[in-house]
Design a binder for this molecule. Structure first.
Ligand SMILES: Cc1cc2nc3c(=O)[nH]c(=O)nc-3n(C[C@H](O)[C@H](O)[C@H](O)COP(=O)(O)OP(=O)(O)OC[C@H]3O[C@@H](n4cnc5c(N)ncnc54)[C@H](O)[C@@H]3O)c2cc1C
Length: 375
């Protein structure tokens, strides 16, 4: 057993993927979650691996987010194969591309802007005219005006991924502690945490503490405070007899993710500042209408269930992967892309723990926000 130890606060995708990476590099790791393991934003996610659509540069978005996404997308196939093999779980990973259709002149102009930005960032995207769009995806409404196809995109069952990662962690010797509410984090050498388990307060020390508590990460008072809750509402449609899309569809105002088991996930609202778990029937109806506008066949399906999750939002949509105090690292703020970014983010954090800061890591520093907060 290694004498290098890490305490990871938060058992979502950020915490689990980091703990697994550290264990693979010979670290002893413990993961603490205030609730069940992995039932935060990671459980709510649609599982899109939407590097081009969600990460290509645009106003307000971190200028290097696409580089991180691209690196993560590069890692995804082998990473997922290892996680699936070691856990024995089917992740329903599909890397068959994502399609962004448009239905009016303004939408077509947006497509052209998207293509320019994506290509400029190095993404290979295909601009399709209306006929080619319908050929690629016959389920689209007949009045589709054009589309962009991003072959690099895909999707995964994020719940299967969470459970598979947890299984891999256990198999690699990581201890997972559910219902373990971390109340305080103390920087230093060693760094420590105070955690309540079963009503008892425990103080634990380790070489490093990794803060991966999703939107609640700023509660520990270390590092940038800008991470904030962004509630998302999402639902599943089943029993669509015909007109199911084959690909991930980024329709205007809603996306649709076709799972292999027949479920179609439709999401999602983005409600900054909200962290409640309420499902609003009006929000679901609006998402459904937007999805049906693009894919009329969905109208015949049934809403199976609706749920919410709270993303760890940041002002530039990108995570903080950095030291934030002596012995304390932050792996939080993955916003809309925590599933996609999991492998690359875990690698960067583990590199930092190992004393290495690569070129990509420089862009996701805590200091990019700290300077702003100090003003
Ligand atoms: C509706 C929706 C759809 C999404 N779709 C996608 C998508 O398609 N693709 C994509 O890439 N991303 C998607 N995301 C974003 C993605 O889910 C998040 O970026 C990612 O899950 C964040 O992972 P995390 O581990 O940081 O946070 P979480 O999964 O929220 O995990 C944080 C964990 O920390 C625990 N915690 C908090 N406080 C404490 C404490 N004091 N002590 C101990 N534990 C604590 C929580 O209980 C929680 O389990 C979506 C998000 C939502 C809400």
């Amino acid at each position: 057993m290694s004498d290098r130890s890490a305490l990871v606060v938060g058992g979502g995708l950020a915490g689990l993927s980091t703990a697994l990476e550290l264990a693979g590099r010979g670290w002893r790791a413990d993961v603490f979650d205030a609730g069940p393991i992995g039932r935060g934003a990671s459980w709510a996610a649609a599982g899109m691996l939407a590097a081009a659509k969600d990460c290509a540069p645009r106003v307000g978005r971190h200028p290097h987010l696409y580089e991180l996404a691209q690196e993560s997308r590069r890692l995804w196939p082998d990473w997922a194969a290892r996680v699936a093999r070691d856990s024995g779980q089917n992740l329903d990973l599909r890397l068959d591309g994502g399609l962004t259709p448009a239905f009016d002149a303004a939408g077509v102009a947006d497509l052209d802007a998207f293509v320019a930005a994506a290509r400029n960032a190095g993404a290979s995207v295909e601009r399709l005219d209306a006929a080619a769009a319908r050929k690629k995806e016959p389920a689209l409404a007949p009045d589709v005006a054009g589309a962009v196809f991003a072959p690099e995109e895909g999707h995964v069952d994020s719940r299967a991924l969470v459970d598979a990662l947890a299984a891999c962690c256990r198999a690699a010797g990581v201890s997972l502690h559910a219902d373990a509410d971390v109340r305080a984090v103390t920087p230093g050498s060693p760094a420590g945490i105070e955690v309540v388990v079963g009503g008892d307060l425990h103080r634990l020390d380790a070489d490093v503490v990794v803060l991966a508590a999703g939107w609640r990460t700023p509660a520990f008072g270390l590092g940038p405070k800008v991470i904030g809750p962004v509630k998302g509402q999402i639902f599943a449609i089943i029993d669509v007899p015909a007109g199911r899309p084959a690909h991930l569809i980024h329709a205007p105002l809603a996306y649709v993710v076709p799972r292999s088991n027949g479920r179609l996930l439709v999401g999602a609202t983005e409600e900054a500042g909200r962290s409640d778990a309420g499902v609003d029937p009006v929000a679901i109806a609006l998402l459904r209408a937007a999805a049906e506008r693009a894919l009329p066949g969905l109208a015949l399906g049934q809403v199976e269930s609706a749920w919410t999750g709270v993303r760890p939002g940041t002002p530039d949509g990108a995570p903080v992967l950095d030291w934030v105090a002596d012995g304390v690292l932050m792996a939080a703020g993955h916003h809309r892309n925590g599933v996609l970014l999991a492998p690359a983010s875990a690698g960067i954090v583990a590199d930092l723990v190992d004393g290495r800061r690569g070129a990509l890591a420089q862009h996701f520093s805590a200091s990019r926000f700290m300077a702003e907060e100090a003003r």
